[in-house]
Design a protein around this ligand. Structure first.
Ligand code: BTN
Length: 232
């Protein structure tokens, strides 16, 4: 049986992530709009009608738990490939199509659960310019049925979470690596001061391996961008 057996679909909510935190219910919660959609590092997430915004809790323990965002990002890519799109993973939480962000993933720990929040741009026609975002409609010129996209994505997530739980990240690593943005290219990691290096590999633990002037560096978390661009 799928772990996603109950679902609540709301017209509007501040944030599906916060709704789950307040209610302590174990279900998938989806919203047509969010008034205070949140992203990583306290950023806001533009949540106009047309996008798919949902969260779900996990109460199980996983092998290589730090790779949950990569397992989810891989599921998003695979689901998008089923629709005919070519999508890439920008380590560690984002999915891009054609150099623009199509999906963001938020993973938050509470005392007894891990809350996964996903924002996928589906039918939106415009975004704030600075976001460098795109949607499935903008890429393909056609509209998508949100519930179909959601169910296909949940199915992919469910299967990859089973694999992660039972066999660990090693079974997903090559699939993630195949879709990893900037592999072999020079990137900037936003540490203080920023670190520049060639994105050389994805380690067995899902960390980024950067070849820097000071030697090989394993990166556990952070934001990367291609050197010389504003992609973030
Ligand atoms: C990021 O790119 O920084 C992550 C964005 C995550 C957005 C989703 S939309 C559904 C869920 N509810 C939120 O408030 N945030 C996540």
């Amino acid at each position: 049986m799928s772990r996603f057996y109950s679902l609540v679909w709301l017209e509007e909510v501040s944030s599906t992530q916060d709704w789950l935190k307040e209610k302590s219910i174990n279900c998938v919660v989806v919203a047509r709009r969010q008034t205070k959609g949140r992203g990583r590092y306290g950023r806001s997430w533009q949540s106009d009608e047309g996008g798919l915004y949902f969260s779900f809790p996990l109460t199980e323990t996983f092998k290589d738990e730090q790779t949950l965002p990569l397992a989810i990002a891989l599921s998003v890519c695979q689901m998008l490939e089923d629709y005919g799109f070519l999508a890439s993973i920008k380590w560690v939480n984002d999915v891009y199509i054609g150099g623009k962000k199509i999906c963001g993933i938020l993973v938050e720990k509470t005392k007894d659960r891990t809350l996964i929040g996903i924002g996928l741009n589906v039918n939106q026609k415009r975004f704030t310019e600075s976001l460098q975002a795109t949607s499935l409609l903008l890429v393909s010129g056609r509209e998508y049925h949100l519930a179909d996209v959601l169910l296909k994505l949940l199915d992919r997530i469910d299967k990859n979470l089973d694999l992660l739980k039972e066999r660990g990240f090693q079974v997903l690593r090559e699939e993630v690596k195949k879709r990893l943005l900037f592999l072999g290219e020079e990137v900037v990691l936003y540490t203080d001061p920023p670190t520049v290096g060639i994105l050389a590999d994805l380690s067995p633990e899902g960390y980024l391996v950067l070849m820097t002037a000071q030697g090989e560096k394993k990166v556990v978390s952070g934001d990367i961008t291609l050197r010389g661009t504003m992609l973030s």
